[in-house]
Ligand binder design. Structure first.
Ligand code: ADP
Ligand code: MG
Length: 882
């Protein structure tokens, strides 16, 4: 076995679960099973290499300069990759070059911009559970954001869905935690489906770690030493052991994946998930917050509709805000004030927005500075961006700017960082660090001298050929260079007679001779030495500058964060102006009154002036539940979603698409969509629908807003109607609930509930009938629909004339009084007369039996027996009474 082979095996043994990319000269090579895997996944040639006597090892490699793109493919396919570098210069070392793994790249620990999505954070998260409580930590190493929470287990899932981590660390154990769900089996990471969305449908991107990694004492120690502090009190997590353990696991993992250099993270932020509105995955999907339908990508999500941000940082922040609507009135007023600040003054707004265009991704540049992977050009972008923040601050000054003074304070300039980059880095750095074009002239006299010397030497050599031709009169005289002799002067055979006396012969060729002159060698070594020194000095200066910038990290990240916030505010203002939104009036009372509300996404897909605005009035008393009926395609779903979206927009700080809106803050928005309307859950079942409905009934509070769309549709008409009806009754009657609900249904029979339930209001979508054809007006009017217009819609959809006519006939027959007898031999048929489902119908045998009971004279046992009997009868009406 060759020494390199032994070295490789030793390293591979330490990283059994990673694909090891082993640096050999200009390539990263993989061996053995890794080589087979790499050649398959990267579509590169599988070769073999002799690594000892009679030992041929499978090998596949990628060129070192193309590492990033290959890395991206491996990570996307769910592999962990260990990068093993040469730790010494192979030219300078004797024997075997020292090698070791410098980094393990995993989905949650990527820094390379090519692998990252600009407008989304890339989170690494850790979860540890104890009984009903969980500790959750997450970090984005590209921005330094680091947050922890300790929360009830039932809140964990929505929280993980919000964060959507690229990787989740959990303690390895016999069983995977419950929240992993049915897909969680076996070890190893699991990744989103090929459509790239909804990872939780397919399982979690889990990485299981040794449980000791989650040890409390180790975690505390790791946190204290990472931040160089004496107590966790300053973070406010000393009494949150699970949160600390999760954070500790993250630090440990980062230590193992980033072997060289310590990553610097922002101060640990302890948060409570109770401070934000919970948005479960159903709601995120039904309201199409981040993704429209699964196949439509993100083209028409609410996020894209609102995202007029100019910076990547602002884009990420808006995404975070949309996932975490606020519950605090003061905080929200503050946001609305800031949006208004840019809304009312077009000059301010366009100033801010054009300034923001000059601000690069300061967060991620800072991250790369601290990780030691920043490119010189990015430092110039950093400087330009920091300078621009001063202009940005100016847009927060002036008349009426008092409400945004808090933001202005955060934009206090960081002149030292700007000065440092301006003085140290060339205005247009080019090439890689060490080639001499990165550090600005005048920053280091030593470097400038070396560069001058190098220039002079190269100038001398460059001019030598012409000078010597002149001096010797040999027109074919040539100055060349090779590895062995360095620079030389070559004279061809026919001209050898004219060779000057001071030429020293070095090499004889078939058709000439090569010479040197002492002066040439002097300049040559001058140039070589200068180049080496330039390389060393420039690299060390660059590292030094980065180190110094690291000292300004706090100021830089403050400015980055503040720019992101200004970006979001001015973007929301821009959208509000362009699309005619208004500032909502927020309150703690529980009423929601929206005048001329619109659906922000649908209105835009329809084009100008087409969308029909509608009002909504909800309260916690007499208009607690609104039932919206109307034919298919009338606009019911759009209307109820629009209400939820307007509330949500108000609670992230945005203006809203309405003429006027008064929003009593909502603690949670629930949405459920009946089976047939829910395009995205092809494999969902009626059971799931019911489970989800049950979850609402269990979790809603008087401050919640519940959106139910065609609930009960996933089963037969009778079951569906019964369930829909009992859900409404429960929402209405349960004293714990009293939440505001919007219920869209094509079961017009449900409108009767308003007669018995005082908190129920009926609305319907107006339709006009013109010559037997239905015309959708999309206007919501008081009162329920009297029918479903199903046949109208079928006709509109282009069903053949004959079929439509026959449907009219059948409908007429069904609607004749007395038709559609439920107890008839025809089985369950749908007709208005039987759809009302009175609990007690006098002609029913069960009813008759109940009425016949002599209750005072029944023993308890007899009563129970009777109940069983009645139940049996009710289940099977055709059976005779015993
Ligand atoms: P329903 O739930 O009643 O079947 P939808 O809400 O799905 O109907 O709406 C059907 C279509 O009608 C939408 O895709 C949209 O194009 C249009 N629509 C809905 N509401 C409006 C409105 N207020 N103004 C204009 N068009 C609307
Ligand atoms: Mg609908």
């Amino acid at each position: 076995m060759t020494p390199v082979r032994r070295q490789y095996l030793k390293i591979k043994n330490a990283y059994p679960d990673a694909l090891v990319l082993f640096r050999l000269g200009d390539f990263y090579e993989t061996f053995d099973a890794d080589a087979h895997l790499a050649s398959r996944e990267l579509e590169i040639t599988l070769t073999a290499r002799s690594m000892g006597k009679g030992l041929k090892v499978p090998m596949a490699g990628v060129p070192a300069h193309a590492l990033e793109s290959y890395l991206a493919r491996l990570i996307k396919k769910g592999h962990r990759v260990a990068i093993c570098e040469q730790l010494a210069d192979p030219a300078a070392s004797r024997g075997l070059v020292e090698r070791d793994v410098v980094r393990v790249v995993t989905p949650g620990t990527i820094l390379e911009s090519a692998l990252l999505e600009q407008n989304a954070n890339n989170y690494l998260s850790a979860v540890v559970e104890d009984g009903p409580v969980a500790g959750l930590a997450y970090v984005d190493i590209t921005t330094g954001e680091f947050a922890v929470a300790q929360l009830d287990l039932e809140r964990l899932l929505p929280e993980l869905e919000r964060i959507a981590p690229a990787e989740i660390l959990i303690p390895a154990g016999d069983a995977l935690p419950n929240w992993v769900g049915g897909n969680g089996s076996g070890a190893g990471p699991r990744y989103p489906g090929p459509d790239g969305g909804e990872p939780y449908r397919h399982g979690y991107p889990l990485t299981q770690l040794n449980p000791a990694t989650f040890d409390l004492d180790l975690a505390k120690e790791a946190l204290l030493s990472h931040y160089g502090i004496r107590s966790l009190e300053s973070f406010g997590c000393e009494s949150l052991p699970l949160a600390v353990r999760a954070a500790g696991a993250i630090l440990d993992y980062l230590g193992q994946t980033y072997k060289t250099g310590k990553l610097r993270l922002a101060a640990l932020r302890v948060y409570s998930s109770a401070a934000y509105m919970v948005l479960d995955s159903q709601t995120r999907r039904n309201l199409e917050l981040f993704q429209a339908g699964r196949w439509e990508n993100q083209r028409f999500s609410l996020l894209t509709a609102l995202d007029a941000t100019r910076t990547a940082m602002g884009g990420r922040l808006l995404r975070r805000w949309l996932g975490q609507p606020l519950l605090q009135l003061e905080e929200l007023e503050q946001r609305h004030d800031a949006v208004e600040h840019y809304f009312t003054d077009a000059f301010r707004r366009s100033d801010a927005r054009s300034t923001l265009a000059d601000i690069a991704d300061l967060e991620r540049i800072l991250g790369r500075i601290q990780a030691g992977t920043v490119a010189p050009r990015e430092l110039i972008a950093l400087k330009t961006g920091l300078e621009a923040t001063t202009r940005l601050a100016a847009t927060l000054e002036g008349e009426g700017a008092a409400p945004v003074a808090w933001l202005l304070r955060q934009l206090a300039p960081a002149p030292d960082a700007v000065t440092l980059v301006t003085e140290a880095i060339a205005p247009e750095p080019s090439g890689s660090v060490g080639e001499g074009n990165i550090i600005r002239e005048g920053f280091s006299p030593e470097l400038d001298q070396l560069k001058a010397a190098s220039r002079e030497a190269r100038g001398f050599i460059a001019g030598l050929e012409a000078r010597e031709r002149e001096r010797t009169g040999i027109r074919s005289l040539r100055v060349g260079y090779n590895q062995i002799f360095g620079y030389y002067i070559e004279i061809s055979k026919s001209n050898l007679g004219q060779t000057p006396a001071d030429y020293i012969r070095r090499q004889t060729l078939a058709n000439g001779e090569r010479y040197i002159v002492p002066e040439l060698k002097e300049y040559e070594s001058l140039a070589l030495n200068a180049r080496e020194r330039i390389h060393e000095i420039e690299q060390s200066l660059f590292r030094q500058v980065c180190g110094q910038l690291g000292c300004h990290a706090e100021a830089i990240s403050r400015l980055a964060a503040a720019s992101a916030v200004v970006d979001v505010f001015s973007a929301l203002a821009e959208v509000a102006v362009q699309h005619n939104y208004v500032r909502p009036r927020l309150g703690l009372d529980q009423a929601i009154n929206i005048k001329d509300g619109r659906h922000p996404v649908v209105e835009r897909t329809l084009g100008a002036g087409v969308y029909v605005p509608n009002d909504v009035q909800l309260s916690n008393d007499d208009a607690r539940i609104i039932i919206i009926t109307g034919p298919n395609m009338a606009g019911k779903s759009t209307y109820i979603r629009q209400t939820a979206i307007i509330v949500l927009m108000a609670q992230i700080g945005s203006f809203v698409p309405a003429a006027e809106a008064q929003i009593g803050l909502v603690d949670r928005i629930f949405t459920r969509v009946g089976l047939q309307d829910d395009l995205t859950t092809g494999q969902s079942t009626f059971m799931v629908e019911m489970l989800e409905t049950a979850a609402i009934l269990n979790q809603a509070t008087p401050r919640s807003l519940v959106i139910l769309d065609e609930i009960g549709r996933g089963t037969s008409t009778y079951d569906g109607l019964s369930i829909a009806r009992s859900v409404i009754e429960h929402l209405h009657n349960d004293p714990r609930l009293g939440c505001k609900s919007l219920f869209a249904t094509h079961y017009h029979e449900l409108t009767e509930l308003a007669q018995t339930l005082p908190g129920v209001r009926n609305y319907s979508v107006a339709v006009a009938e013109e010559e037997g054809r239905v015309v959708f007006l999309h206007r919501i009017v008081a009162g329920g629909a009297d029918r479903s217009y199903g046949v109208h819609v079928a006709q509109l959809a282009g069903l053949p004339r004959a079929v439509v006519n026959r449907a009219w006939e059948v409908l007429e027959e069904l609607e004749r009084p007395g038709a559609g007898n439920r107890n008839g031999s025809g089985g369950r048929r749908v007709g208005p007369a039987t759809l009302q489902l009175p609990l007690f119908q006098p002609e029913q045998p069960v009813t008759a039996a109940v009425l016949a009971l002599d209750i005072p004279n029944l023993t308890p046992l007899e009563a129970i027996n009777k109940l069983y009997e009645l139940q049996g009868k009710a289940r099977n009406p055709d059976e005779k009474f015993g």
